[in-house]
Write a protein that binds this ligand. Structure first.
Ligand code: CAA
Length: 257
């Protein structure tokens, strides 16, 4: 499938999706998000692919929703577009999404980053929710996910000032997993994506879903969900292979069955 605003590559079980609107810092117009979600859904269904790497370029992961597209539209037009419904489908992707983030991750860019399960950031990353400076607010989960990620106090400061934080600060608040020099952020993220691609795929997906349930469910319900996932995986071929390989002191060969 050919796209205008993203590129797609594959490497060792990793589907690599690169946002590709460099002239305007990967600003997220409707078509880009549509292409992105279409491709994430395709990769999610593709049995050859086990993890997804989502990235931009050194200068920008994404500088937010495309302001040109919003500037003239009325509230009713924007409501009718229901543009965030397509964003909501990102959280339904069952395979892990690893973010390789450098440069600007602002507004919708920060929201997209927060949709990644693991984030490797370059030292140059600049992360924030500047919508307030435009007289609006985040619309793709920024207030909700940021509070969950960094806590109410820090989120409130970021949301109400609109000022971005550095990669180092993002690491301190648990908003990203690792900060590395810009020269290696992409390779580090790819290496991690490949490592996870080598894990038993069913376990990876069940664990991802269970971990996300921790945000939504009371503890005991989350524990029940986890236990059912545990029992389900006991029925998998990969569980037999994993345990057998351990006993035979060899490397397991996981098939996703
Ligand atoms: N939408 C449209 N165009 C954008 C853009 C955006 N979000 N961000 C940057 N651009 C464009 C600029 O207009 C400029 O285009 P021209 O070359 O045609 O003038 C080009 O990208 C380069 O940008 P700058 O010249 O501004 O680069 P800079 O290095 O001086 O500044 C920046 C970079 C600080 C990121 C600045 O561009 C900026 O503040 N961008 C807007 C960030 C923002 O407010 N994002 C939130 C959008 S609203 C949102 O995301 C809502 C939501 O919840 C989904």
């Amino acid at each position: 499938m050919s796209y205008e605003y993203i590129t797609v590559a594959r490497e060792d079980g990793v589907g690599i999706v690169t946002l590709n609107r460099p002239k305007i810092l990967n600003a997220l117009n409707l078509k880009l998000i549509d292409e992105l979600v279409t491709e994430l859904t395709n990769l999610d269904k593709d049995s050859e692919i086990r993890t997804i790497l989502l990235t931009g370029n050194e200068k920008a992961f994404a500088a937010g929703a495309d302001i040109n597209e919003m500037a003239e539209a009325s509230a009713i037009e924007i409501m009718k577009r229901d543009q965030f419904a397509v964003w909501d489908r990102i959280s339904l992707i069952s395979k892990p999404i690893i973010g390789a983030v450098s440069g600007f991750a602002l507004g919708g860019g920060c929201e997209l980053m927060m949709n990644c399960d693991i984030v490797i950031a370059s030292e140059t990353a600049v992360i924030g929710q500047p919508e307030i400076k435009l007289g609006v607010m985040p619309g793709a989960g920024g207030t909700q996910r940021l509070v969950r990620a960094v806590g109410l106090r820090k989120a409130m400061e970021m949301l109400l000032t609109g000022d971005p934080i550095t990669a180092k600060e993002a690491l301190q608040y648990g908003l990203v997993n690792r900060v590395v020099p810009v020269e290696v952020y992409y390779q580090e993220a790819l290496k991690l994506a490949k490592q996870i691609a080598g894990q038993p795929p069913l376990a990876v997906q069940v664990i991802k879903k269970a971990a996300h349930k921790a945000d939504d469910l009371p503890l005991q319900e989350g524990m029940d969900y986890e236990r059912n996932g545990f029992y389900l995986l006991l029925a998998s071929e990969d569980r037999k292979e994993g345990m057998q390989a351990f006993l035979e002191k060899r490397k397991p060969r996981f098939t996703g069955k």
